[in-house]
Design a protein around this ligand. Structure first.
Ligand SMILES: [Zn+2]
Ligand SMILES: [Zn+2]
Length: 71
């Protein structure tokens, strides 16, 4: 697999958009929300990975986007 941005060998995949990224492009990190659940007192809680691999190009939403149409 090659880097999406250049011809370097991909060392990982962006957690947000799935593009392959080489060592140089994989240096950025972004908190990644893996799970959101409703805890005690109906307080929404999120399980967050602090340093998920991020390509630096895509624009992940800080909050999960509601998708009522899938229900
Ligand atoms: Zn990305
Ligand atoms: Zn690259």
């Amino acid at each position: 697999m090659k880097c999406f941005f250049d011809d370097g060998a991909a060392v990982g995949v962006c957690r947000f958009c799935g593009r392959g990224v080489c060592k140089e492009h994989a240096e950025k990190r972004m908190p990644y929300i893996t799970t959101v659940y409703v805890g005690a007192s109906n307080t929404p809680k999120a399980v967050v990975v602090d340093d998920a691999l991020w390509c630096g190009e895509c624009k992940p939403q800080a909050q999960p986007v509601p998708m009522p149409e899938i229900y």
